[in-house]
Design a protein around this ligand. Structure first.
Ligand SMILES: O=C(O)c1cc(=O)[nH]c(=O)n1[C@@H]1O[C@H](COP(=O)(O)O)[C@@H](O)[C@H]1O
Length: 283
């Protein structure tokens, strides 16, 4: 039997648990704030604590690979364990590694994260289309086969993204921006998929009114930027309009700063979840 596609699994998790995604971002400064050493033991304790606090209540956990890679192979081993424990506890795991390369090398990145049985196998992976959307084809193909998903950087939350993503695509007869072209590709990938396709876009919650973009890609919209980067749950309807029901809002430092107390992490995550629910319902 073929595996249930990521989009269907994510839609169910969003409906059951609410759409919040919490990042596992073990910044050196957060390790210090939590009273942990900036070493592999501190990393492991941090990541374990987040998984224990939240994997049974949020739809998605999103480990940021760089913070684990910083410690070399032992850090990556902690990342492997965190992914497995989070999935076992019921969360979907989006690996935030933002991979992107030419097609043949992209295939190897895809098999590292999206091939069932790989040590870092995750429910979905963040990828960069800025070597050309078509360079992601091997990842799209493998995700379809393994029931995994992708989140493709379209309109990122950082101000520097605009010089690339707002540029008008010269090869596109529709004179769309590069970001809009990425969204159009994703809509094609997801065409006909129900209840929701598996190929999501990353669209920052910090970006203000996006009504000039067609966000209706029949897939999830991962929206980082809430909390530390200044966006709030109340901004979501204004930014995403009628696509707000497809949004998976991400909060990392905004929740993590409440650790290491498990109750405080849960309370913060629950509060964001409630504010998000209220904002989406109002839309
Ligand atoms: O792909 C991402 O997750 C991502 C894309 C983007 O446009 N902006 C963005 O902040 N992120 C990630 O989302 C997380 C945001 O963290 P906080 O700012 O602490 O909530 C970090 O792990 C970023 O790498």
């Amino acid at each position: 039997m073929s595996p249930e596609p990521f989009g269907a699994r994510l839609r169910r998790a969003m409906d059951e648990r609410g759409p919040l995604c919490v990042g596992i971002d073990p910044h050196a400064s957060l390790l210090a704030d939590w009273g942990l050493d900036d070493d592999v033991a501190g990393l492991e304790r941090f990541s374990r604590t987040v998984v224990e606090a939240l994997a049974d209540r949020v739809a998605v956990l999103k480990p940021q690979s760089a913070f684990f890679e910083r410690f070399g192979s032992r850090g990556v081993a902690v990342l492997e364990k965190s992914v497995q424990e989070a999935r076992a506890a019921g969360a979907l795991v989006v690996m935030d590694a933002k991979r992107g390369d030419i097609g043949s090398t992209m295939a190897a990145y895809a098999s590292a994260f999206l091939e069932e049985g790989a040590p870092l196998f995750s429910d979905a992976l963040t990828v960069s289309p800025y070597l050309g959307y078509g360079s992601l084809a091997p990842a799209v193909a493998l995700a379809r086969e393994s029931g995994a998903g992708l989140f493709v950087l379209a309109l990122t939350s950082n101000p520097e993204g605009a010089e690339v993503q707002h540029a008008v695509n010269p090869g596109d007869g529709a004179s769309r921006t590069v970001g809009a072209t990425v969204l159009a590709h994703l809509a094609e990938e997801n065409a006909g998929q129900g209840p929701m396709g598996s190929f999501g876009a990353v669209v920052g919650a910090t970006l203000g009114d996006l009504s000039s973009y067609d966000l209706d890609i029949n897939g999830p919209l991962l929206a980082p930027g809430i909390g530390a980067q200044g966006a709030t749950p109340a901004d979501l309807p204004r930014v995403f309009g009628k696509a707000v029901r497809q949004v998976v809002p991400n909060v990392s430092r905004g929740v993590l700063r409440h650790g290491p107390d498990i109750g405080a992490l849960r309370a913060s995550s629950d509060l964001f979840a409630e504010q998000i629910r209220a904002a989406v319902e109002q839309a």
